[in-house]
Ligand binder design. Structure first.
Ligand SMILES: [Zn+2]
Length: 67
């Protein structure tokens, strides 16, 4: 009897494709499922190469001259 197995998208662990044994398939566990969703949202927010270049702040320009 050959059980179908799929790699967990989060950790790569082999998950037996069975509703009884693996209710979180294709993830191996609820934790991996949540982690995958979390990673997805994180990537949504932090787009690579989107960091805004900080404008050069002139400290000694006309500002609060306390000295
Ligand atoms: Zn996993």
């Amino acid at each position: 009897m050959a059980a179908t197995r799929v790699p967990c998208p989060t950790c790569g662990k082999r998950v037996i494709w069975s509703a009884e044994l693996s209710p979180w398939r294709p993830f191996c566990s609820e934790r991996c499922r949540l982690l995958d969703l979390g990673a997805w949202f994180t990537e949504e927010r932090a787009i690579p190469g989107e960091d805004t270049p900080a404008p050069e702040s002139d400290d000694d320009a006309d500002g609060n001259d306390l000295n």
